[in-house]
Design a protein around this ligand. Structure first.
Ligand code: AMP
Length: 279
């Protein structure tokens, strides 16, 4: 497993691999790896000849009052966690390598970035799209793997790939959860055992709403109110959104249909958690 921090070195290495006909797969991450990442990395091994994992905490996707400085970073621990997964290259650039001082070019996916988390994190998806496009240009993957936990991110990237005619296949993988149903996240380390109890109610509220849908309810307002009540009873009062929306456009809906996305974002003692489920 080689660790590369230079963009030029990464590009020349991957150019050599591509010249010999190798298929490149990329798993982009911000590190502090957990089983959700591990699952993507194992899948990535099956999808290409050269498996590259990027680890980069991307400053441009954090708002001024968000946790960029405190975001968990543990490169050594990450390397240990993935040493037996057949990763060929870890691309772990510095901030200056990705954003040199004169940097001034950004990508925006105009409509998809406005919904759901977009209301609460202005500029977030612009930062995501920009760094992912840069990673695609540096690593030149044939296939890139993303988690459905960040469903809006996945849709933004798929749209960008289509709109800009990028030659990369973007594949989404299901959410990995702990035994209580909590979606794994690098940010879960901020949660105390008590907070984790409340956090596990987030996925429970989604499952309960889906149960209502399966029983025939279609009124999204009623379903959302019902879900919010479950959250509030569990002490989760800081809800950014709980929404039922079209799974492609991410526009919110009045009447739910099968396949719609039910998405939620909450803060538990300031820690932002997101989750989703398909109806
Ligand atoms: P992050 O390091 O949080 O930026 O995540 C890197 C990749 O892992 C993204 O594609 C995420 O969607 C994915 N990911 C994070 N948590 C999970 C999870 N619990 N299940 C599946 N994929 C995940």
């Amino acid at each position: 497993m080689r660790i590369i921090s230079s963009v030029r070195e990464m590009q020349s290495l991957v150019n050599g691999e591509i010249r010999t006909g190798k298929r490149i797969s990329l798993v982009p991450t911000m590190g502090a790896l957990h089983e959700g990442h591990i699952n993507l990395i194992s899948e990535g091994r099956n999808r290409g000849d050269v498996l590259i994992v990027s680890i980069f905490v991307n400053p441009t996707q954090f708002g001024p009052n968000e946790d960029f400085t405190n975001y968990p970073r543990d490169l050594e621990g990450d390397l240990r966690k993935i040493e037996n997964l057949g990763v060929d290259i870890i691309f772990a650039p510095t901030q200056e390598e990705i954003y040199p001082v004169e940097f001034q070019t950004y990508v925006e996916v105009k409509e998809l970035q406005e919904h759901l988390c977009g209301h609460f994190r202005p500029g977030h998806f612009r930062g995501v799209a920009t760094v992912v496009l840069k990673l695609f240009n540096i690593v030149k993957p044939h296939v890139a793997l993303f988690g459905e936990k960040d469903y809006q991110q996945l849709k933004v990237i798929q749209r960008m790939v289509r709109d800009l005619n990028l030659e990369v296949e973007v594949v989404g993988y299901p959410i990995v959860r702990d035994k209580d149903g909590l979606a794994l996240s690098s940010r879960n380390v901020y949660l105390s055992p008590n907070d984790k109890n409340s956090a596990s109610q987030v996925s429970k509220s989604l499952r309960e709403i889906k149960r209502k849908f399966d029983m025939g309810c279609r009124n999204t307002k009623l379903m959302v109110e019902f879900g919010k009540k479950i959250l509030e009873e569990a002490g989760v009062n800081d809800i950014d959104y709980l929404e039922i929306c079209d799974s492609e456009t991410l526009g919110s809906k009045e009447l739910a249909s099968r396949g719609d996305l039910l998405a939620v974002a909450v803060r538990i003692k300031g820690t932002k958690l997101i989750d989703n489920i398909r109806l």
